[in-house]
Design a protein around this ligand. Structure first.
Ligand code: SP5
Ligand code: ZN
Length: 353
């Protein structure tokens, strides 16, 4: 398995996120990736390299899943933020005002000139700080996803996009959940564009992959499946229910498998089997796995109870599909264990029992 790691990731380092009326230290920190990289060097699965992707091809691949006005916003967001007030250079940008989704309440078609308003227009939470290095880091991550998709399209059994910030909460024109560009969606679309007619995305992060679901919701060529904490009680709350099955041409091509907080490995693996069956029934010729390790029992912001040793079995189960597979690194906030858990899963995939 080839790993493409993002050399720009550490430039995205938020200071604080909003939680219950207070600012608390960010959970999504650069050390997460460093622990995975160190563990991959200790237990090698294949080449580890930064992605080498042509800039024009990268911009085109990103624009396949994100809107032009969102990308324009992101590209100049930091300089616009600092232009509001030079003192902002020392502060992360976080939104504080949003156009709530009632069509007769607020306009979302008119782009505000005020940067704080634009930030709210393109965000759905106040937990995803935008910093000086965010755009370069997110773009570097998209390059990892694209390189991984190309490697798989050219015949590799699997490839790993080792990057942060994560991606699966980012939608066509919004950021949130620590995510800015949807790396898994970029990989899935790149696999489509490379000739795979049916691509499946199987999201195993603790949190529902709302951004990916939204991007592909009306499409029949990309099946999206997610196993996650029930949005009735778990983030991102406003999407991820079992009755969301896709719309229009995409009707029947989204599957959500929400599980209650407290779910352990047996029930989680049963849901994964349902997800695997759906991918198999769909007839996908390639697979993308947004790989969150926040299903771990020690995760500080999540509620499932998988143990480190369980992840090898998860990897083996994913390998049983026999599909060319791209993994993208998503959540997992038990920083000391995230490297072990990630490599346990990938090693299980690569070396089935
Ligand atoms: C990619 C991913 O896993 N994103 C998850 C985003 C979750 N954001 C909201 C988490 C709020 C939890 N804050 C708990 C603070 C306890 N001290
Ligand atoms: Zn997560």
């Amino acid at each position: 398995m080839k790993t493409f790691h993002n050399p720009h990731h550490a430039g995205h380092a938020g200071q604080q996120e909003m939680f219950r009326g207070r600012m608390v230290p960010c959970h999504e920190v650069p050390a997460r990736l460093d622990f995975v990289l160190t563990e991959l060097q200790r237990r090698p699965l294949g080449d580890i390299a930064p992605p080498s992707v042509d800039d024009t091809a990268l911009d085109a691949a990103i624009a396949r899943v994100h809107s032009a006005r969102y990308l324009d916003f992101l590209a100049s967001a930091w300089s616009d933020w600092v232009a509001m007030d030079p003192a902002n250079a020392q502060r992360d940008a976080l939104p504080s005002v949003w156009p709530i989704g009632n069509p007769h309440a607020f306009r979302t078609d008119v782009l505000p000139r005020n940067f704080a308003a634009r930030l709210g227009l393109f965000s759905f939470d106040s937990g995803s700080p935008l910093t000086a290095g965010t755009w370069a880091a997110a773009r570097g991550g998209a390059a990892c996803a694209l390189a991984a998709a190309h490697a798989v399209a050219q015949g590799e059994r699997s490839a790993f996009a080792l990057t942060r910030p994560p991606g699966h909460h980012a939608g066509p024109d919004f950021l949130g959940g620590y995510c800015f560009l949807n790396n898994a969606a970029i990989a899935a679309q790149a696999l489509r564009d490379a000739g795979h007619t049916k691509v499946a995305v199987l999201d195993v992060d603790y949190h529902h992959g709302n951004g990916t679901q939204t991007i592909f919701y009306e499409r029949a060529d990309v099946l999206t499946v997610s196993v996650h904490g029930d949005p009735a009680t778990e983030y991102p709350f406003f999407l991820g229910h079992a009755d969301e099955r896709g719309a229009g041409a995409g009707a029947g091509f989204n599957l959500n498998l929400p599980l209650p907080r407290g779910t352990g490995v047996a029930a989680w693996r049963a849901a994964l089997d349902t997800a695997l069956q759906a991918v198999s029934d769909f007839g996908a010729s390639a697979l993308v796995v947004p790989m969150g390790l926040d299903t771990f029992e020690g995760d500080p912001i999540s509620g499932f109870t998988l143990k480190s040793a369980d992840y090898a079995g998860v990897g083996q189960a994913l390998a049983s599909l026999g599909l060319p597979t791209v993994f993208t690194f998503e959540g997992g906030y038990a920083v000391d264990e995230v490297g072990t858990n990630a490599v346990n899963l990938l090693e299980g995939f690569q070396r089935p029992a």
